[in-house]
Design a protein around this ligand. Sequence first.
Ligand code: S3P
Length: 183
Amino acid sequence: MFPGVDANRNIRNIALTGFMGCGKTSVGRVVAKVAGFEFLDTDQFIEEHVGKSIPRIFEEHGEETFRRYEREVVVRLAERENAVIATGGGLLVDAENMDTMKQYAMVFCLWASPESIWRRVKDKSHRPLLQTENPKQRIIDLLEERKPAYGRSDMLINTEYRSARDVANLILGQFRQTTRKAK
Ligand code: S3P
């Protein structure tokens, strides 16, 4: 057994977590393409099922309801195989979601400094949590608050000086090594 991997886990998918703007979707798409896996995005999954955009869900139903939808998605995706699951940046902050996801996926956390995140998200307006007076400070605070949760991922990857392709290769290398040794 690969060191650190719980024998009770049945890893057959790849999950990506990490803060908004760290490249989960772009990296996830590359990983899925190279591995021949299906690509899933939890935000998109929720939007399709609820029939509303994430900003509208936040606006009309509030963050609590959105988090409930996220918990439902984690349970619903448990039957998947060979999927790359890009999660919304807050989904695996919930300890129970992380535990459940780890049962069926190897979890990779993409990391970047608050400064790079700010550069990547500042011109985009579709993230309700950053619609505040001081979004830069909000990024610093949220990132600090979420550090312990993100730290529970199987692997943390700094994306600052790596292309999406390089990050994807790291993920696939680790996933293949782990799933091979876990058999
Ligand atoms: C959120 C991140 C967003 C989206 C929602 C909440 C968060 O997804 O799920 O706006 O709590 O960090 P991305 O990380 O894909 O931007």
